[in-house]
Design a protein. Structure first.
Length: 582
């Protein structure tokens, strides 16, 4: 039975703009002299013009190549979508599934969500048409999850519609009815246009409701669909202008008749069947005519006009040469029996049973094959997942080891850096100490030479001091510092030191300046620092930095720390630690 309205192509019409068909040669001329978006639009027009013809696929491929060349995602997705639909209509399964997978990946990547679900829909319908119901159910469940994930009403609509169709094929009619009602509700609330969508959805509900014997629901939706059909006729748009409603009315009136005759309302049933015959046009397609004949056969059987019922069955058989549906065969057998043709009834029943058994065996065989295929696919997917996890674990281990190695390298680098830094400090300190010791040796030599050459000259005037006196004062100063270590007194002043030496502050200042080129405070701090360094060197295991600072004559630890670092390039604590390590 041909669908009343192809949902796929309706959805596609939503994704494209209406075009005015132009002669092919004219469009080809435009194509030859155009580029950019104009060229894409022209190829699109040619594609739509040639739909249903053999060269439609050629224009589709040309459109895809040009769209990719121009990096136009919209037209690329459009071309990929139509390529899969064309291969599906040509029943080229291998190319169809390859094309639809490619198109689904691309449209999802480019976030063309409506197109993605249109393609998903065509893929599921292909599985249903091939009889792979288990696979279809799995895909439909996946589609519904993704529809909710992307908040796509189109995806949800397609999922419910396909689920209903799958249940219908499996003869789970009550479940099919529930899914079709979900579709009708979504269409009514979110997709009121085009009306033909609701016509198709309503017709499916009528069919299933009648099969399960829900006559009130059948009549209710006959009324609803008839109202929608009348709306279609009143508000025709360009999209719907070629949409014929005659065969729809023909079917609806036939269901009216079946529903009425089932409840004993014979007059209304007769009026309805007469209206159905009125719309049974000569130009009805074979599939439409066969549906009408099968419904009429059932109607006249219920009415008790068995001869007329058999006539419609014969008409059905003339139109349906390649196979014979089970429901029609059953109606034929029952009609033959009540008319006394028991031999014919028995023969038809046997054919019915053989057909049913054959279909059941075929269905069972296909179901087993499908389940085996699903099992194999799941096994392959499981193996692939295990391999992926193993690979991920290996990479995790590699990254973990890499991080550990990097941390070790960083740790070792820090150690080496600190070692080199300490070594450099040691070198600087050693050089400074050596330099100071050499300077002290040189000074001692000069002082000894100076001391040997001191002359006994007359005293200089009171306001002046001779060099010999300065030199003599320097030696007394040095001896005092060496023997008494006056610099260790934190309260030592220049005046107090001058008094100890028996001189005045002026002569003391001149002596220190001449021999050391230092101020009084610089000289005293230098002696204190040298004393502190030697104290740390000799007693670093048994003394503290605070004790050293106090015993060296520094008033505060901070002053000692600052002057020591300025002098030797590292703090007293660092110097002490350095000695402990050596």
């Amino acid at each position: 039975m041909r669908p009343i309205f192809n949902v796929i192509f309706l959805a596609l019409l939503f994704c494209i703009t209406a075009i005015q068909a132009s002669p092919e040669d004219s469009l080809k001329n435009v194509l030859a002299n155009s580029d950019g978006i104009e060229k894409l639009e022209t190829l699109k027009s040619l594609l739509l013009m040639k739909l249903g013809e053999a060269d439609a696929i050629d224009y589709t491929i040309m459109l895809e190549e040009e769209a990719r060349k121009q990096n136009n995602e919209d037209f690329t997705g459009y071309a990929l979508m139509f390529k899969s639909v064309i291969y599906g209509n040509d029943i080229n399964k291998e190319k169809f599934f390859s094309a639809v997978e490619e198109a689904m990946v691309y449209t999802l990547q480019e976030k063309q969500i409506d197109r993605y679900f249109i393609l998903f829909n065509t893929k599921i319908k292909a599985h249903l048409d091939d009889g792979y119901y288990e696979t279809a159910f799995l895909k439909i469940s996946a589609m519904l999850e993704e529809a909710k994930k992307f908040n796509s009403l189109w995806g949800e609509l397609f999922a419910y519609e396909n689920m209903g169709y799958a249940y219908f094929l499996e003869k789970h009619y009550q479940k099919a009815l529930e899914e079709y009602q979900k579709v009708f509700l979504l269409l009514s609330t979110h997709f009121p246009e085009p009306l033909a969508n609701r016509v198709e959805s309503g017709y499916k509900i009528i069919n299933v409701a009648y099969i399960i014997g829900d006559i009130p629901l059948t009549l209710l939706f006959c009324d609803s669909v008839m109202y929608i059909v009348e709306e279609v006729e009143r508000t025709r748009s360009k999209v719907m202008e070629n949409y014929s409603t005659s065969y729809i009315k023909n079917w609806i009136y036939t269901y009216y008749a079946l529903a009425y005759i089932s409840t004993g309302r014979e007059k209304e049933a007769t009026d309805a069947i007469n209206m159905a015959l009125k719309y049974a046009e000569d130009n009805m397609m074979d599939t439409e005519r066969r549906v009408f004949y099968s419904l009429c056969a059932e109607y006249y059987y219920k009415k008790g006009e068995y001869k007329t019922a058999l006539e419609y069955i014969e008409k059905y058989e003339e139109q349906h040469t390649y196979s014979f549906p089970e429901d029609v065969m059953l109606t034929k057998s029952k009609t033959q029996a009540v008319t006394g043709n028991f031999e014919g009834a028995y023969k038809t029943e046997q054919e019915y049973r053989e057909l049913a058994d054959s279909l059941n065996r075929q269905k069972l065989s296909q179901r087993i094959s499908e389940l085996h295929t699903i099992h194999q696919v799941e096994k392959i997917e499981l193996q692939a997942e295990q391999e992926r996890l193993e690979t991920a674990n290996i990479w995790l281990l590699v990254w973990g080891l890499t991080i550990i190695v990097l941390l070790l390298v960083c740790f070792i680098s820090i150690i080496i850096y600190n070692f080199n830094k300490t070594k450099q400090k040691n070198r600087v300190l050693y050089q400074r100490i050596q330099s100071q010791e050499a300077l002290e040796v040189e000074l001692n030599k000069k002082e000894e030479a100076l001391h040997a050459n001191l002359l006994s000259d007359d005293e200089a005037p009171d306001d002046e001091v001779s060099d010999d006196e300065v030199n003599s004062l320097y030696f007394r100063l040095k001896d005092l510092m060496k023997n008494e270590k006056s610099y260790t007194d934190p309260n030592l002043t220049r005046k107090a030191l001058a008094s100890k030496l028996g001189t005045n502050e002026k002569y003391l200042h001149k002596t220190i300046k001449k021999h050391l080129d230092l101020s009084f405070s610089e000289y005293i701090n230098l002696l204190r620092l040298d004393y502190a360094r030697k104290m740390i060197s000799r007693h670093f295991h048994e003394t503290t930095i605070e004790d050293v600072a106090i015993k060296s004559g520094f008033g505060t630890r901070q002053t000692f720390h600052r002057l020591f670092r300025d002098r030797y390039g590292l703090s007293p604590s660092e110097f002490s630690k350095l000695l402990k390590k050596s």
